[in-house]
Write a protein that binds this ligand. Sequence first.
Ligand code: ACO
Length: 440
Amino acid sequence: MSPQPAAHFIHDFRQAAPYIQYLRGKTVVLAISSQVLLAERLPTLVQDIQLLASLGMRLVLVHGTRHYLDRMLQQSGSELRYHQGRRITDAAALALVKQACGLVRFDIEAALSATPSQTPDRRNPRLRIASGNFLLAKPLGVLDGVDMQHTGSIRRVDHEAIRQRLNEGDVVLVSPLGQSLSGKSFNLGLDEVAAALALSLQADKLIFLSSEAGVTDAEQRIISELTSAEATELLARGHYSSDMTRMLKTAIHVVENGVRRAHILSGMADGSLLAELFTRHGHGTMLAQAPFMRIRAADHRDIGDIIRLIEPLEAAGVLLPRSREYLEAHIGTFSVLEHDCHVYGCVALKHFADSSSAELACLAVSPDARDSGFGEYLLEYVISQARQQGAHTLFALSTHTGEWFDERGFQAASLDELPPERQQQYRANKRASKIYKLAL
Ligand code: ACO
């Protein structure tokens, strides 16, 4: 007998498949804190970045310098001065910023140039890294009488030049330094650069890799998903570190201005980036403008997903078999539950000639998404739809899941309570399902 393949691996790989497909061709800005780089996380992080690039993601990396700079300033005995949360960059500090950028850039470029050791064919072309004068900057000027000197802000991002490099398959690496039209350099903040890149490129995602594991609730548990409104409320309570506050404000700003998702996660934990992108629960915190879960009317494009959900259940006798032709003809009766753009559940609402009753049918939730309340959401949705359509009774016929309906207020019913046309079908299919009803 041949050995069983590793069950966990197969399960996880299958779970990752829709995300792999979805992320191909998507533009992702990765903002890497200098703390992560100083913690010597670069070699393993880079392996994951190489993997993302090989899966067809369009990657723009921007690195921080703050912790490098703090070290250098301390070593040189210089004094750090801040105003309104921004460092005042004098000429000496600017020279150190340039050194820090050079140091970090070369380290990232060298690490990204290594051929991944797992690659079967080591003659594969190396990743190409593009950099350049992508950020046009201007001086921040004098704030409240304080001259910010070489601290700048972004005037424009040359997004066309970046897009060209991405179209050629390059990974783009950006430092938080901008150039002015008069040829001067200005020190920029990582969050500002990350946001400007994500917005100007209309990126699909902005991901912060920092030393913090994600946004936490009052009990210090990581919140895996937040809408921008929820994040704004949390910020108002104000118990986050200054780094987290900055990242969270930036994340809210970008998702409210067209970036589909922003993520805040630890760059310290091995594989956190992969777990965040390729698993349903993620690893850190993901922000979006709108709620992640929604139930909507199904259309023909959903038939493939519905078949994927119901086929194994049909084979196990849990659901009545439905052909593709049946689904095509009756797709108007189906609704699907989407979470973060992936379909995880379906349900159908059938009508009878006598409109005082309706039937809930073909309820299914993907095995990797069960026990999260999705089944219950689908049930509530169908109940409200049936009510809107004037039904007084909702039936459900089940061979294996009676208990589930029972626990949600359904009661056993007899065959003669079903509408006549459904009684005929019941007799014809010989499944002897148990019949449940719910008064609406
Ligand atoms: N009998 C009793 N309880 C069950 C069953 C079952 N067959 N299946 C799941 N549950 C319980 C879980 O143990 C869990 O209980 P807990 O909260 O105490 O831990 C709870 O239901 C989970 O509830 P939800 O999270 O709201 O439901 P979920 O998203 O997991 O979906 C569903 C429930 C749809 C039944 C799912 O398990 C599924 O797809 N099962 C296979 C298909 C199926 O049986 N569909 C119904 C066919 S009948 C019809 O469509 C009319």
